[in-house]
Design a protein around this ligand. Structure first.
Ligand SMILES: [Zn+2]
Length: 504
């Protein structure tokens, strides 16, 4: 029997507001010493009253709009009651029947390399609502003691619930990655799953292909990376397929946790029904109204939205000429996207100012810049273990370097060497070029000719090198140095020779 997976996601996103949801305590206090970013409100002392953080509400509206949701005109908070030490008040302030946004959707981008229009999956967004985070529980290794850190209590959260529209674990991963990118573009959260800024529960059931019924679902909790979500879902598909094959498909809804060490989901407590929470309207907060003449007007908020990742990817490919393979990497990080756009704009200006300027060259600019930034610039950072933010290469200098490369003043090997130095020191490429003494022989043509001549004239050392005697290259370097009367940089000559010898 052919089985079809039905997958839905429930995502909690911590918002990076300065203060907490209902008090003036500094948000993100979990990085501080335990229980230092707390006050009587977020520790649930009797007689305290919550004060709503309107920035958090605006962030919720921004995100709901970016997810194409309809914003409700009237919204209210509700109490979700449950008893647990991470919840000092005995209830969580959340939203039950009137969330901020409903009926939205998000299109999952095409996989890298595919044309954007080739494959796109639309995932429905059921709702987006606001609530407060609970405290963090820590347990002693012998499990004799539990500790509560209230720094996280009251952190503003958005909960985003999708329709059960996913049919493949990889789509769930791509959805989460797109949501992360959107949150970063909107500036509402860093959405780092490893750091707990974004937490995801995934629910999954199988059904015979062609059926429209839903079977009891399994909810997977504690998944802390987008890749782990994909793996956990793949594991569940295998586990549930076996149950179907033995005629024992799941008969009740269950909750399982993801064990990263075992790469398996494991049984957890049964899911509580909604009725157990005894939701009722929060009496200490007035209902919220959105619209003209209200403190938050969604149409005004909509005008402040930045260009979103999907639109940026489309524009980078269609207007700037960046390749579909590189555009995902570049637009994942809004700062990197801005940098690339600046490089391409500077590169156009540089090219126009050179005698070699041509439409053909201008057309190549975006593709070349995108490729160099996505693979070489980021690659240098990866090798050094540094992030893009730590690179000292300015957009102007990268554009100048790429002009030298595109107009054949330097070859890709030298351009790569210069870029490595630019990343570390922030130096200007022409200045570096002078220091490397390649300027006088920069016409790589001269060097390439000398390299070719040395290779043709000395088949012995060439054969030695190719049979594994790497020292043989030294003799050839000497020949090129002689031919260029010592004006070439031996390091560069060596690199050029090795590059050429490998390609023979
Ligand atoms: Zn507080």
């Amino acid at each position: 029997m052919e089985l079809e997976p039905i997958i839905g996601l429930e995502i909690h996103v911590q918002m990076k507001t300065r203060t907490k949801m209902f008090c003036g305590c500094i948000n993100h206090g979990e990085h501080e010493n335990p229980n230092t970013a707390i006050c009587p409100i977020c520790t649930g002392h009797p007689g305290t009253l919550p004060v709503l953080n309107m920035v958090a509400v605006t962030y919720g509206v921004r995100t709901a709009l970016a997810l194409n949701c309809r914003i409700l005109e009237h919204v209210k908070f509700d109490r979700k009651n449950y008893f647990y030490p991470d919840l000092p008040k005995g209830y969580q302030i959340s939203m039950y029947d009137l969330p901020v946004g409903v009926e939205g959707y998000l299109d999952i981008p095409a996989t890298s390399g595919a044309k954007e229009s080739d494959h796109r999956t639309r995932i429905g967004i059921t709702r987006l609502h606001l609530e407060e985070d609970a405290a963090k529980l820590l347990h002693s290794p012998d499990e004799q003691w539990s500790f509560v850190d209230y720094n996280r209590a009251g952190t503003p959260l958005m909960e985003i619930v999708t329709q059960p529209d996913f049919r493949a674990p990889t789509d769930a991963r791509r959805f989460l990655q797109e949501l992360q990118t959107i949150c970063r573009y909107l500036g509402v959260s860093d959405a780092d799953m490893e750091k707990g800024h974004m937490r995801c529960d995934a629910n999954i059931s199988l059904r015979p292909a062609g059926s429209t019924a839903f079977w009891p679902k399994t909810e997977i909790k504690n998944v802390n990376s987008t890749k782990a979500v994909e793996r956990a879902l793949e594991f569940e598909i295998r586990r549930q397929t076996k149950l179907w094959q033995t005629n024992t498909p799941p008969s009740t809804s269950t909750t399982r946790g993801w064990d990263d060490g075992k790469q398996a989901t494991v049984d957890q407590r049964e899911k509580e029904g909604e009725g157990d929470y005894r939701y009722f309207p929060e009496p200490d907060l007035p209902p919220l109204h959105f619209g003209p003449l209200q403190p938050i007007d969604p149409e005004v908020v909509r005008r402040t939205l930045p260009e979103l990742p999907a639109a940026k990817r489309h524009r980078f490919v269609e207007e700037l000429g960046v390749s579909a393979t590189d555009v995902g990497t570049i637009t994942n990080d809004p700062a990197l996207a801005d940098f690339t756009e600046q490089v391409i704009s500077e590169l156009h200006a540089w090219i126009r100012s050179t005698p070699d300027a041509s439409d053909d060259l201008l057309a190549k600019a975006g593709r070349t810049a995108g490729g160099w930034i996505a693979s070489k610039l980021l690659g240098i950072g990866n090798d050094r273990g540094t992030s893009f933010g730590e690179s000292k290469a300015t957009a102007e200098n990268v554009a100048e370097l790429l002009t030298l490369f595109l107009t054949h003043r330097i070859n890709s090997t030298i351009a790569q060497q210069l870029l490595e130095q630019m990343v570390v020191t922030g130096a200007d490429p022409s200045q570096l070029l002078e220091e490397m003494h390649v300027e006088q022989v920069s016409d790589t043509d001269t060097l390439t000719t000398a390299v070719e001549a040395a290779i043709t004239a000395h088949p012995g050392p060439v054969a030695d090198y190719r049979s594994g005697k790497s020292n043989a290259v030294q003799f050839l370097v000497g020949q090129v140095m002689k031919a260029t009367k010592g004006t070439a940089n031996p390091g560069v000559v060596r690199t050029l020779l090795e590059e050429r010898l490998r390609s023979i």
